[in-house]
Design a protein around this ligand. Structure first.
Ligand code: ME8
Length: 492
């Protein structure tokens, strides 16, 4: 169940060893769409994103760039933040794990775990993939290499601080059982259960060999393990340890959006950490699939990434947003190609939505009649279904349902041959079509914000409509045709 008054959504905090690629944009875009939707519902929304800066990957990248690590992460964090701004992402805060507020939260969190008796000193011996920043077991390896990064892991032997995570194994299994929609989509749940049942043990949460990171409390010879500190961003970003009121207002998160690569951390380790610190668990974790290019995961380490900023210089940003949401069922993998993007832009955005808006406004301008009538098109609008999909984070299904309405409006024009109508019938048809466009300008706003805004302006209606206004009624439009919404692209 979603809290009716607040909505807290997060993205992973991304490593800053490179700039954002389309995969990162995808997760962040979904969070943006959900945040905009819940704002339309009048809820108090908090949308957090940020950067994971205490990683060895960042240290290596700084060395490669010949820069001081701090200077490097500062520059990169600024690139990430500016990229999201450029790409019209409406985050409410941007947490960086090198910030003081984050350190305060990590220390408060660790203090609670220490008081609980869950932290002890032990010896760690095992494989470690620096690109994953994670331990691997022998069975994880394929041909002796990390299956994701295709690199040999290092063998690590250290005296570390450990979290007695195995204490929470049973409680975790029970929690997942009792909260069937905690891990989504359903298919991912088995993967997590399998991990908890077979691979879940105590976790080393400090590093002796590293200098870059948050010093371990009362043991400055070690730094906090980067994943351990990173997960706490979801709390430090909303005031944990320094703004209790804000923290109480927004925690627990309504949804952590993540890629399927980091599900174990979010659905097993993080919940166990929260149980230890005596805090409620997030309501949902939604793990989506990977964007691939020619079947291979798009990734910084594989070097096959698509740059969303460059893409947005070539295509309208709303077309990219639309494509990413429509192209794959949310949760599954999808292959990226410009060809497929252009196809959707031409066939759906230009031919269906663009054409609809253009036709209705042309008719409204041509026949300057009084606009009133009976709400005939309202039955085609499945608002409840759309909202249900959004409550289940199925942005893809919600947008498909909105698109059915776009198609229904086009059908209405064709079937009625509106351009031939006269008098009351014409007035009625224009009423239905203009009201439909007004409602579309609200519903499309989370998905295609620039386009929705253009439609609103062409209709001559005021800003600030909410989901409550998505019903047919009386309206004072001042329709005026504007620019074409989407120009078709011939070559790409
Ligand atoms: O894992 N397709 O950061 P990261 C879809 N810092 N999404 C993709 C993707 C792809 N090909 N590649 C990346 C980390 N992503 C940690 C997270 S959170 C406490 C710490 C997205 O920079 C997806 O959301 O490697 C994935 O989980 C995330 O970027 C990994 O980003």
């Amino acid at each position: 169940m979603i809290d009716l008054t607040k909505f807290y959504v997060t993205t992973p905090i991304y490593y800053v060893n490179d700039k954002p690629h389309l995969g990162h944009f995808y997760t962040t875009l979904i969070a943006d769409i959900l945040a905009r939707w819940h704002r339309l519902k009048g809820e108090e929304v908090f949308f957090l994103t940020g950067t994971d800066e205490n990683s060895q990957k960042n240290v290596k990248a700084a060395e490669k760039a010949g820069k001081d690590v701090k200077q490097y992460v500062d520059e990169m964090a600024s690139i990430w933040k500016k990229t999201w701004e450029k790409l019209n992402i409406t985050f409410d805060d941007f947490i960086r794990t090198t910030e003081e507020r984050h350190k305060i939260a990590v220390y408060e969190f660790l203090k609670r775990m220490i008081e609980k008796g869950d932290i002890y000193k032990g010896k760690y011996v095992g494989y470690y993939c620096v690109d994953c920043e994670a331990f691997l077991t022998k069975s994880d390896l394929v041909d002796g290499k990390c299956p994701i990064h295709k690199k040999e892991p290092i063998l690590l032997e250290e005296e570390n601080w450990f979290f007695a995570a195995s204490k929470y194994k049973q409680a975790l299994l029970e929690y997942i059982e009792k909260h069937p929609d905690f891990i989504q989509p359903e298919a991912r749940k088995n993967e997590v259960l399998n991990y908890i049942n077979t691979g879940f043990g105590d976790i080393s949460i400090s590093r002796q060999s590293q200098k870059w990171g948050i010093p371990f409390p009362n043991d400055p010879s070690q730094v906090v393990y980067v994943w351990f500190d990173a997960l706490i961003n979801y709390l430090s970003g909303i005031g944990f340890g320094y703004d209790e009121e804000k923290f109480k207002k927004f925690w627990p998160a309504d949804v952590h959006l993540v890629g399927k690569d980091i599900i174990k951390f979010h659905c097993a380790i993080w919940p166990a950490m929260l149980m230890s610190a005596g805090l409620p668990l997030p309501k949902h974790v939604y793990a989506h699939g990977f964007w691939t290019v020619k079947g291979e995961k798009m990734s910084k380490s594989l070097g096959n990434v698509v740059d969303p900023v460059k893409l947005a210089e070539k295509y309208p940003l709303d077309a990219i947003r639309y494509f990413l949401i429509r192209q794959v069922p949310f949760g599954e993998d999808g292959d990226f190609s410009e060809e497929a993007l252009v196809e959707r832009l031409n066939n759906e955005l230009a031919d269906e939505l663009g054409n609809l808006v253009n036709r209705v406004l042309t008719l409204a301008e041509r026949f300057n009649v009084e606009i009133k009538g009976r709400p005939e098109l309202e039955k085609e609008l499945k608002l409840e279904e759309i909202d249900k999909h959004m409550e289940k984070f199925r942005v893809d299904l919600a947008l498909a349902e909105i698109w059915n309405f776009v198609k229904a409006c086009n059908r209405y024009i064709n079937e009625k041959e509106v351009w031939k109508l006269k008098g009351e019938e014409l007035s009625n048809a224009l009423y239905n079509l203009l009201e439909s466009l007004r409602i579309l300008s609200i519903l499309l706003y989370p998905f295609l914000p620039e386009t929705a805004e253009k439609i609103r302006r062409m209709l001559g209606i005021e800003e600030g409509q909410s989901l409550n206004d998505c019903k047919f009624g009386e309206f004072k439009w001042k329709p005026k045709k504007g620019e074409i919404l989407f120009k078709k692209i011939k070559a790409y």
